[in-house]
Design a protein around this ligand. Sequence first.
Ligand SMILES: *[C@@H]1O[C@H](CO)[C@@H](O)[C@H](O)[C@H]1NC(C)=O
Ligand SMILES: *[C@@H]1O[C@H](CO)[C@@H](O)[C@H](O)[C@H]1NC(C)=O
Length: 375
Amino acid sequence: MRVQLKGDAICTLFLVVALCTMLYSQLGHTSVREEKANGQRKPPATSRIFPIPAALQQRLNAGATAAKPRTISEVKRAKVEIQEDLTTTLAPLTHSAFDFKGYLRNKDNRKFELLVNQPKKCRTNPGGPFLLIAIKSLVEDFDRREVVRKTWGREGPVNGAQVQRVFLLGVPKNKTSLPMWETLVRQESQMYRDVLLWGFQDTFFNLTLKEIHFLSWAEEFCSNAKFIFKGDADVFVNVENIVNFLEKQDPSEDLFVGDIIYNAHPIRVRKSKYYIPESMYGLGMYPAYAGGGGFLLSCSTMKKLSRACGEVELFPIDDVFLGMCLQRINLKPVMHEGFKTFGITKPSAAPHLQTFDPCFYKDLMVVHSLKVAEI
Ligand SMILES: *[C@@H]1O[C@H](CO)[C@@H](O)[C@H](O)[C@H]1NC(C)=O
Ligand SMILES: *[C@@H]1O[C@H](CO)[C@@H](O)[C@H](O)[C@H]1NC(C)=O
């Protein structure tokens, strides 16, 4: 009798557990379907938390309260970041695993060796280049460098003004996937004489190191350039427009022009690519900074920034870091409508034109987020 009772109890327990498991997996399935409907590729276990609307709300509120002319761009930017939030939730490990404590501990280690240099880059022309184009690139993106060399990044005169080019590289993070990388980079450097390689790991959070090292390289090896354009490899740059614009400027005066972002808030959503804990940046707002697609600066500003950036504490988002350096030298970056660092949209007045119609590009200076073939 007692044995039978025990058996019944175990049986009931087993059924209850089975029922719970079924219910749980059922719940899991509904959330998978919801995410698929929302256009996400993979269901991460953590996606039941919804940080996005809060972030959007915060950014939209900021846009509404700030009586600055950049409201539209801020809203646009908010959308871009929220899209990124959505995609980064797919691989939460890469970002939530970022070791902020380690970053803070190693922050003073900020001088790395220049492994490949172009010491004569700015000495080929007697007066130095009018414009130096500096492009952030990754070792493995050979095709991107090649397309830039063949299109907007060509060296030589543009409307009579001398243009020179360098690519800014660090050491690839995963060397086993690129076994010959250093030999290849050295060969590329011999062939094109446009590669700068530093000894730090080329990661998203080390782009600030790239910024600092490039500025001090420019100060040491290219202080005779009148102006500098610094940007990403996935942009289209209308160099003729840039030269025309710069010919009206004085290189010995301050100049910093781009797609300027005002009143941006640090993102406190842990899973965002741009997450910054309060322990790292306590203020509620970043200084004005230029969107990373590309910006222009004068020789005089380059020298001041090079020194200022050497004194500002490292910050893992390079665009914001440069904004901090600008703030330190008390220089207000200037917004220019020709810099479309969030891509371009067709104006409603011209729905019959293709996005790649030359008419869209004739007044622009920089357009961001393009694929190799599009460039
Ligand atoms: C590096 O790349 C190789 C080959 O692509 C891959 O098998 C390996 O898992 C990668 N290692 C890391 C740490 O990502
Ligand atoms: C930056 O590069 C250094 C030197 O290669 C490396 O030790 C560090 O882990 C990198 N930091 C980040 C955040 O990737």
